[in-house]
Design a protein around this ligand. Sequence first.
Ligand code: ADE
Length: 386
Amino acid sequence: MRLDYLTIFPDYLDPLQLSLPGKAIEKGLLELHVHDLRQWTHDRHHTVDDTPYGGGAGMVMKPEPFGEAFEALALGEGEGEATILFTTPSGEPLTQSLARELSTRERLVFACGRYEGIDQRVLDHAGTLGEVREISLGDYVLNGGEVAALAITEAVVRLLPGFMGNAASLVEESHEDGLLEYPVYTKPATWRDREVPAVLLSGDHGRIAAWRHEQALRRTAERRPDLIHASQGASEWEIVPAVRADAPELLTLQLACWVQEALDNDTLDIPALHESLDDVLAHLEAWDVYVVRAAGRLVGSVSGHAEGDLWSIGRLMVAPDQQGRGMGRALLAHIESVAAPATTTYGLFTGERSARNHRIYKKAGYRLRGDLAAAPGAVTLTKRRR
Ligand code: ADE
């Protein structure tokens, strides 16, 4: 990834050379260029701002230096369009999902605003040269966009493949699954008469995962109820038994969900992708199938059926635009709760490279079972019933 910064305070961006971005540069994952916008001014005072047309307080950043900078950076030329980021309090908020989206880009160019903002024509022009995103750090006003550019850089760069030593720590942290992170502890087990919660010392990974999930929910409910509504609204969604009339929508949902699986696992050889309406109707006969509707639309489903003391769980799906809100977890908890009485173990399959599924199942207490058979490219996970 290549990153360019246009700023009138290049020194402000010195921290980019430190710490993790610095290491990413060493590893060749990142190329980073900070440019002083004033080099594209031509007057004695290197003027980058002027008074606003229509009057009003403050100054506006002039268009010409930005226009020349875009030319010098060859934006809009050659192959591969750049994403041009304008840091501004009136932009879209920086979120983990935006950081993830930006981490897929080849080239980011940060235009750091100062004063009252940048002449709108710069943004309009940039839109003809590449993808434009206006991004805000939050609902407060900073003196300029440099701090925002630093924050965006850090959020994005740590998601680059090969950047973080421990990829698992990426998927377990706050916001990655729509919840805040649970509290964490390290040694010693007792410190100033304060004990680490006993469950964390129990060695029971299922109980630990359940405790952490519960803590994450509680924390999110207390601190960010705006997130919990979306992530926890199982009661609003209502999980109900599927009926035959659900089959066409189930087939559509299945295709939408398994296309993502196909991309993650780099194969179209996934049975669910090749089914017909009749296959879905046959599945409805053979399995206990549940669905979730949101505003009338079928957005989620899960199936279960008994094989002796094993409760086989399958076809857990949530519409791509509804993911990250806890619906998958709610469906999984539901299908576990309706397991046949003789069940001692829950079992399911997923693609071996379906990172998102692995994350959800791991958090729900499932463990990979390399010792149990699965179709090529798939893996088995199980969990003991309590
Ligand atoms: N520039 C000034 N305030 C800002 C904010 N909140 N986010 C991004 N850029 C800014």
